[in-house]
Design a protein around this ligand. Structure first.
Ligand SMILES: C[S@@+](CC[C@H](N)C(=O)[O-])C[C@H]1O[C@@H](n2cnc3c(N)ncnc32)[C@H](O)[C@@H]1O
Length: 257
């Protein structure tokens, strides 16, 4: 099933996608890890490319993105994205040196089919940036909005499932989240809690669109109160000075044997 704007995953970017590129700017430290994982791949496929975050600009890239709202936010220097879905990639076998998919596999209706397609069209590394559902409760958000953590834990596939589906050999690389991370996924605010009080910041993280709006109101009221009273700082204030957070973010790099 596809939504009106073409969105082909569990989230409707026609409804929530408008401000995405304002809050979800690629972070250079995370980008460096992705580029390293892609190695010397010269032709790169980006699946579920969205507005183009993390897409290399120094190589030949092809992007696949089903949502019109997300395609419309791609920067001018990037090639237009092809309207297609991970589960049916319109390319011949072994077309690309490398391929990548960032913050997207948890939304695909058929994960195994999408990853098999990426493997099929890629000669070299397949690089997946995703979240480990076992580690989501390390983040203080779980204390204020457990409904959001629960939604995320249900949506994100186990890291081992991704690695197995890619076949061959897979490296699993922890991705430390920087304190000033420019890519506004929920955990990016681990040391800047005030920013998650902005409705736009939450809208750029699709999990919030799966919980009752009352959860966001309760979250804002409780976090706002704890920030004002100093309770948040007494519990988590050290995070304001912690340069990196080892949360749930992981890179899975699959290679053919
Ligand atoms: C959270 S956004 C991530 C976008 C971008 N990769 C990034 O890192 O900012 C998830 C993207 O996955 C796309 N997506 C969802 N289901 C998909 C599918 N079945 N095939 C391809 N892309 C899909 C959505 O349209 C959306 O643009």
């Amino acid at each position: 099933m596809r939504f009106d704007d073409g969105s082909a995953g569990d989230a409707d970017y026609g409804r929530i996608g408008d401000g995405y590129s304002r809050y979800r700017r690629p972070d250079p430290r995370i980008e460096a890890l992705i580029l390293r994982a892609l190695g010397d791949a010269q032709s790169v496929l980006n699946v579920g490319a969205g507005a183009g975050s993390y897409e290399p600009t120094d190589r030949e890239t092809v992007a696949v993105e089903p949502s019109a709202a997300m395609r419309a936010q791609r920067a001018a220097q990037l090639p237009p994205a092809i309207d297609a879905v991970a589960e049916r990639l319109p390319f011949a076998d072994a077309t690309f040196d490398g391929s990548m998919a960032t913050f997207t596999v948890h939304q695909w209706p058929d994960l195994a089919a999408g990853l098999a397609e990426m493997r099929r069209v890629t000669r070299g590394p397949v690089v997946i940036l995703s979240c480990d559902p076992e580690r989501l409760d390390l983040f203080w958000l779980d204390r204020y909005a457990p409904e959001v953590t629960e939604v995320e834990a249900r949506r994100y596939p186990a890291i081992a499932t991704i690695a197995d589906a890619l076949g061959g050999t897979a490296d699993i690389i922890p991705v430390p989240i920087p304190l000033d991370c420019s890519d506004g996924f929920n955990e990016a605010y681990y040391g800047r809690p005030e920013r998650l009080l902005h409705p736009g910041a939450r809208l750029a993280c699709s999990a919030w669109s799966f919980v009752d709006p009352g959860v966001a109101s309760r979250f804002s009221a409780e976090l706002g109160r704890d920030l004002e009273s100093g309770v948040w700082d007494s519990r988590h204030g050290h995070l304001r000075r912690q340069p990196f957070f080892d949360g749930s973010l992981r890179l899975v790099v699959g290679r053919r044997d």
